[in-house]
Design a protein around this ligand. Sequence first.
Ligand SMILES: [Zn+2]
Length: 270
Amino acid sequence: MKLIDCHTHLHDFKETELPEVILRANRAKVAAIITAGTTIESSKKAIKISKSYDHVFPGVGIHPNELKESFSEESVTQILELASLDEVIMISEIGLDFMENSPDRGIQYTAFRRQIGIARELSLPIVFHCREAYEDTIRVLKEERAFEVGGAMHYFQGDQLIADQLIDLGFYVSLGRPLIRMPELQKVTSNIPINRILIETDSFPQPFKKYRQNWTEPRHVRDVANEIARIKNIGIEEVATITSHNTLQMLKTALTLRSHFESEPNYSEI
Ligand SMILES: [Zn+2]
């Protein structure tokens, strides 16, 4: 069995913790981890981490909640430069967040549109964030023709209508641990074709949790796969095979991940 965690933030963990975090993931049969930057600095860090660990692949982008005064031309140049590096496999994390106290929506739209533009220029998929902004996100995806590069809405917690619209546009739906505790989301998932599903943890350090062992880490992507297996009434091995295949399909141009994944031992054989 070989799982892929298609969205994490490894750069937020202490560097000294990473070998253990990655080892624990490998023991849980996670063969590849995609780590997404949220700023220019953390995107650089994601690239650096990917160079130190065979199993890690970077995405670059500026998260909507990290936007301050404006999305400058300088930001566009910097993201374009980073995204042009061979090892970068996607534009992520980008998106729209319309929660109260989120950054100015005008700036968010500009950043989202411009970063989709970079993805199109470089033929990279986008993995995007969406909170309280479903209709606007779908509209921007259409207007900017993001479906030409494809991608996924990450940490999906939307309803059937949103899932259907994303799938119609050719996007994947990426599910995280909320699936385990949200009956509504389980119901929606039962109607999403498994060939449109990806799995992820969105893991980052969680010091607000009482015990360190309770922090979400890439190894927990296996729990998400288990829940999908239960909902779809199939084996976890099948969920792993299909969701990993879906991720590789999304990342058509990510030759680094593809060759790594194909040469990685099949853990179920060990
Ligand atoms: Zn994230």
